[in-house]
Design a protein around this ligand. Structure first.
Ligand code: AP5
Length: 214
């Protein structure tokens, strides 16, 4: 099993690039944010525990995430490639991932950090719309749906994520700088880091990511 970790600030385009390249390469896109949002919608114990942290833009406790990842690795076929988007998010989670991967006979092969300037992050998060039914992501300017407010894939009405409100975005960016950015150094020290310029269009960034993961 190959694990490739996608790093980058909120709004850098981790989910957009991981989903596009997973579709082309047959890898599995694992978004811990999407898993938590799904758990919350289904009101599972993990989802209910995560609720207040997610709504404020803080990090959900490590135990909740590590349990989710351990379960996922246990059920993943040995020949799979996983794109982790949103995990690990602090150094404790990075250490836990190394341990869980080793137990599953897997390795973290590569960590891709998608670099985007702060003004672009704010524009991307402010204009993001998501489909609550199938999880497809859009942007009002850079990636609009064919019909305004309606998901191209399943026809559901698009929504703005609860944590895409300006005050929550600001808090998420602070949490990223203080707690998650050090994970980039973790993988750099391990000799596994590749940086990708995330300033181009979604197609351009996906092409850079695809070249890096091949
Ligand atoms: P999560 O869902 O992981 O949110 P995030 O890390 O803040 O990342 P985003 O999804 O906001 O950004 P992204 O980089 O994926 O950008 P996207 O591709 O959507 O986590 C949410 C919450 O869950 C956390 O705050 C936390 O509470 C909890 N959580 C999750 N994992 C956790 C963990 N491991 N530990 C603890 N807590 C955890 O793109 C953004 C927008 O830009 C879109 O509209 C898109 O269309 C557009 N766009 C993308 N690429 C481009 C481009 N190249 N050009 C123009 N527009 C683009």
């Amino acid at each position: 099993m190959r694990i490739i970790v996608f790093l980058g600030a909120p709004g850098a385009g981790k989910g957009t690039a991981a989903a596009a390249v997973a579709k082309k390469t047959g890898a599995r896109h694992v978004s811990t944010g999407a898993m938590l949002r799904d758990a919350l919608a289904r009101e599972t114990p993990a989802g209910l525990e995560a609720k207040s942290y997610m709504e404020s833009g803080g990090l959900v406790p490590d135990e909740v995430l590590c349990k989710m990842i351990a379960e996922l690795l246990a059920e993943t076929p040995k020949d799979a490639t996983l794109f982790f988007d949103g995990f690990p998010r602090n150094e404790a989670q990075a250490a836990a991932l190394d341990k869980l991967a080793a137990e599953a006979g897997a390795t973290v092969d590569l960590a891709l950090c998608i670099d985007v300037a702060k003004d672009a992050l704010l524009a991307r998060l402010g204009g993001r719309r998501v489909c609550p039914k199938c999880g497809a992501g859009y942007h009002v300017v850079s990636l609009p749906p064919k019909k305004e407010g309606v998901c191209d894939a399943c026809g559901a009405e698009l929504i703005t994520r609860l944590d895409d409100q300006p005050a929550t975005i600001a808090h998420r960016l602070e949490v990223y700088e203080q707690v998650t950015a050090p994970v980039v150094g973790w993988y750099e020290r391990a000799g596994k880091l590749r940086r990708v310029d995330g300033s181009g269009s979604a197609d351009e960034v996906a092409a850079l990511v695809e070249a890096a993961v091949r």
